[in-house]
Design a protein around this ligand. Structure first.
Ligand code: 13P
Length: 334
């Protein structure tokens, strides 16, 4: 795979006014989402739910790609069309979550490491064959008393970089996601310092593993106050701190940065992205790769009647895509 092709895919992922919908919840994560609205976590419900999302009319107007879970990449609509075909027709690039989730990091209490490197080359070969053109790997960094440790940051950066190099070898654009978790009572300054250390370490590791940044997308967490911090930074402060942190750590050659929502409300996730793009004057496009902040409203509607409410749920998906697409241009609410 040439770097030109990888770069082309990466640029298409962050095309003007477009972002990514993350629907790559593992079977255990989707159970939590389904439990919250009283839906049984069986394969047919997962398939029907993802069909509702992926067949949203005009999804491709504001969505460039969708991240799927292994099971979803292999599924079809009720009329037998592979999801991948539906996506290609809609102009939505298929992506695949390839990590095998987080596990306790031995020797580092309270910290986790993302696993999934063993056998990854063969899995990537198959995913490419099935139609995926980009991949995602999520590392998790917790903030707390005396954490994160340098050991945890370095171990996760190393894994992200090994994953990214393997993706590029197999023709998939790696989306590298080091998520600094919002849980905790820390202030925004602490989040800034941790995020800065994590991104410095990540880009050092990517360099060491010969990852081509032109064919890589960063999925970043925003610099925010901890959920339980008594002093909550406002939208402007979050936008300014996040931009400062990214500008001091992320090389300009990267094709783009997308954000996770991480438990922010729908409105906040959109407002933060919009505020950053209004400040503007940045070396890379900034867009969204939201999971919960794209889906939660639609899931609630769909759960009330999984057949009759499909169109109404899809209208909500479209509205969230449109809002976040405008925010990616600094033009929300339009
Ligand atoms: P959230 O936007 O719900 O944080 O999910 C994005 C994601 O893909 C996390 O890995």
């Amino acid at each position: 795979m040439s770097i030109e092709q990888l770069a082309e895919t990466a640029q298409a992922m962050v095309a003007r006014g477009k972002g990514i919908i993350a629907i790559d919840e593992s079977t255990s994560t989707i159970k939590k989402r389904f439990d919250s609205v009283g839906i049984e976590n069986i394969e047919e419900n997962r398939r029907a739910y993802r069909e509702m999302l992926l067949t949203t009319p005009k999804l491709g107007d504001h969505v460039s790609g969708a991240i799927l879970f292994d099971e979803t990449l292999r599924q079809k609509t009720a009329d037998g069309t592979p999801f991948v075909e539906v996506m290609k027709k809609a102009g939505v690039i298929p992506g695949i979550k390839v990590d095998k989730s987080t596990h306790p990091l031995a020797g580092c209490p309270g910290e986790v490491i993302t696993e999934g490197l063993d056998g990854l080359r063969d899995r990537l070969k198959e995913y490419y064959r099935l139609g995926a053109r980009f991949a995602k790997w999520r590392a998790v960094i917790n903030i707390g008393d005396d954490i994160p440790s340098g050991t945890c940051i370095e171990a996760n950066s190393h894994a992200l970089a090994r994953y990214a190099a393997l993706c590029q070898e197999q023709g998939l654009v790696p989306m590298v996601e080091p998520e600094v978790i919002m849980d905790g009572s820390h202030d925004i300054q602490t989040c800034y310092e941790v995020t800065e250390a994590v991104l410095r370490s990540l880009f050092g590791a990517l360099y060491e593993q010969n990852v081509m940044l032109e064919g890589t997308i960063l999925k970043a967490s925003m610099v925010v106050s901890g959920k339980d911090c008594p002093e909550q930074a406002d939208v402007e402060e979050v936008a300014e701190a996040t931009l400062m942190c990214l500008k001091s750590t992320v090389p300009a050659i990267l094709p783009g940065i997308v954000f996770l929502s991480g438990g922010q409300s729908d409105e906040k996730a959109t407002a933060h992205l919009d505020a950053m793009n209004r400040i503007g004057n940045l070396p890379w496009p900034l867009s969204f790769s939201y999971g919960r902040a794209m889906q939660s409203a639609a899931l609630r509607i769909w759960a009330q009647d999984m057949k009759a409410n499909v169109a109404r749920a899809q209208e909500t998906v479209y509205a969230r895509a449109r809002d976040n697409g405008l925010a990616a241009l600094g033009q929300w609410p339009g």
